[in-house]
Design a binder for this molecule. Structure first.
Ligand code: FAD
Length: 558
């Protein structure tokens, strides 16, 4: 049997390696267009920034090491330019000409390619994407060769990593993002912290604006933005998104949806004998069940393994699971991580949800060095199922997002989060871990013990309700909502008459710093017969959301 794999990095090489481990006799040929296989694309930004110093470390394997360890026939510089699914052949272009190669099973893992928007001047030699080892080598050479100013177009994961790397390497960096905030999949109230972390790195963030032109210069290029700003650049990193690299295969009759290869739960395409994995395919979202590409390394590697199983052990091969899209990125001194559906995805899918905001300590407050974690968790109001979660913080965001991702994968509810036994000693966490606390808050919301109001409700709240601020007088003096009544939560029982008088029959909307004291106050108010609700995440969340909205560009008036 001959298995031919197109694309020799994440998904393709996982399929090839697993195939060899299952079948010692199969002929396994890997065709890779570029000069490298099995390279660490996720490590490229860290080489550009100088944290990874050895370029050789980016090459996890070579054709020689793969031949020695796995008897794989790895051919670099082999570009697949055609497929005949009936004759079961691929057409391959190499430096020596064009050739044909037959297959019994064909695995497509061609990945994605960078989106190149129609910006005049994008063909400047100072503009580059960051997707290959050669591009990383070139950027590092520019950095060490005296480049002083960089403009990064696109503040998704790779754009943020590139901006961080270049800033750490000493360049003056501007990060430009068309969406209203950096890391667009992150909720705005958490993007607030990422924006500030980028500012602490000295990065000038321009959100809500597009690059309209790149003027080529003798010494430097100038990136012109839609708002008229002109940014000088020795280096421009283009990172505005990716799209599946599938034209060849679509032309050959492999069914695609908006350019992404459609596969079944075993990675089989519409053409018998052809499987596909990785950034080039659509995956089923575990929460919304919509089909979408998920350009992440973990799902690509896993799917490669599963596809090899389906080729060689079809009777026992497990289906490729829907993905929760779990992703994480370092942003200076912070980590931002997300899993499952965000607000936009839930809204688009018409799924009802409630959002929880928490700001717990990463570990026991009495142990030195604790920092705050900011959590946004979406749950189903009917049964408390966890639908999506995002965590930002200096320390511990990674482990919380992995627990919450596991919870989503397992279909767990807020009750299940409470029931988890999580590792605890003071340097690592709290007896009531942030995940446990999420469960407690979620239980209270589902059973009605806690009723929440949100930053989105602010206009209605200030016009129709009494805002009761239960922070201390000192906190209140440092900033509060206009018209709010300040009664610290410890004095509320004694001063309830004052609240009744001020409310004058109106609902009471309670707030504090993070949502904990307002919850205590809410319970007192409910017992006293008030129509009460507590601000989700408190002033911390409200301030973050309102500041992000104030900073966002206003839509042009008609
Ligand atoms: P790839 O790994 O991209 O491999 C596709 C290969 O196919 C390419 O080498 C290409 O040259 C080759 N190819 C394409 N067409 C042909 C053809 N016709 N003939 C022959 N060869 C062809 N993901 C994470 O989860 N975490 C991260 O931190 C992370 N960081 C990243 C940082 C960067 C800079 C980049 C670029 C990506 C990052 N990713 C990260 C994404 C992750 O690398 C991809 O999701 C993953 O590599 C996809 O695997 P794949 O096999 O589908 O495609």
């Amino acid at each position: 049997m001959r298995i031919v794999v197109v694309g020799g990095v994440a998904g393709g090489m996982s399929a090839a390696a697993r195939a060899r481990r299952l079948d010692e006799t199969a002929e396994i040929v890997v065709l890779e267009r570029g000069p490298y296989v099995s390279f660490a694309n996720c490590g490229l930004p860290y080489y550009v920034g100088g944290e990874i110093t050895d370029p050789g470390a980016l090459q996890v394997q070579t054709p020689e090491s793969l031949r020695a360890a796995l008897a794989l026939d790895v051919r670099t510089g082999h570009d697949v330019i055609g497929v005949d699914p009936v004759a079961r052949t691929v057409t391959v272009s190499t430096a020596d000409g064009v050739d044909e190669l037959g297959y019994d099973a064909l695995v497509l893992s061609p990945g994605a390619k960078a989106v190149r928007p129609p910006i005049p001047g994008l063909d400047s030699p100072r503009v580059s994407t960051l997707r290959t080892v050669d591009e990383a080598l070139m950027m590092r050479a520019r950095v060490t060769g005296g480049a002083g100013r960089a403009v990064v177009l696109g503040a998704g994961f790779i754009g943020v990593e590139a901006a961080e790397a270049l800033a750490k390497a000493g360049l003056t960096v501007t990060l430009v993002e068309l969406a209203p905030h950096v890391l667009p999949p992150l909720e705005e109230e958490l993007a607030f912290y990422a924006t500030h972390a980028l500012a602490r790195l000295g990065i000038d963030v321009r959100a809500g604006v597009a690059a309209t032109e790149i003027e080529h210069g003798a010494e430097r290029d100038v990136v012109v933005l839609g708002d008229g700003s002109r940014l000088e650049a020795d280096l421009v990193v283009l990172s505005v998104g990716v799209r599946p690299d599938t034209e060849v295969f679509e032309r050959a009759g492999v069914a695609c949806e908006r350019g992404a290869i459609v596969v079944d739960e075993h990675g089989r395409t519409s053409q018998p004998g052809i499987w596909a994995v990785g950034d080039a395919v659509v995956s089923v979202d575990a929460v919304t069940h919509v089909l979408r590409p998920v350009p992440l390394a973990g799902p690509a590697n896993r799917a490669g393994r599963f596809v090899a199983d389906d080729i060689l052990r079809p009777a026992t091969a497990r289906p490729i699971p829907p993905t929760t899209g779990t992703a994480i990125v370092r942003v200076g001194d912070l980590t931002a991580a997300m899993t499952g559906a965000n607000r936009a995805a839930l809204d688009a899918a018409g799924i009802d949800y409630r959002t929880l905001h928490l700001h717990p300590g990463q570990h026991a407050s009495y142990f030195p060095g604790t920092s705050t974690l900011h959590l946004v968790v979406h749950i189903a109001p009917a049964d408390g199922r966890v639908l999506g979660a995002q965590v930002v913080g200096e320390d511990g965001a990674d482990k919380r997002i992995d627990v919450l991702s596991t919870a989503i994968r397992a279909g767990m509810t807020v009750d299940d989060l409470v029931d988890l036994d999580l590792a605890y000693a003071p340097p690592y966490g709290s007896a009531k871990d942030p995940v446990t606390m999420t469960g407690f808050v979620g239980q209270n919301v589902v059973d009605g013990t806690l009723r929440l109001w949100y930053p989105d409700d602010i206009e209605q709240v200030v016009t129709e309700a009494l805002v009761l601020d239960v922070r201390t007088a000192g906190e209140f003096a440092r900033g509060h909502l206009n018209g709010a009544l300040n009664v610290p939560h410890t004095e509320l029982r004694e001063r309830i008459g004052e609240v009744r008088e001020a409310a004058a029959g109106r609902p009471v909307r309670v707030m504090c710093h993070s949502g904990w004291r307002s919850y205590l106050a809410h319970r007192i108010l409910v017992a006293q017969g008030f129509d009460s609700a507590s601000l989700s995440g408190g002033m911390e969340t409200l301030a973050a959301a309102l500041q992000m909205r104030a900073a966002a560009p206003q839509p042009a008036r008609a």
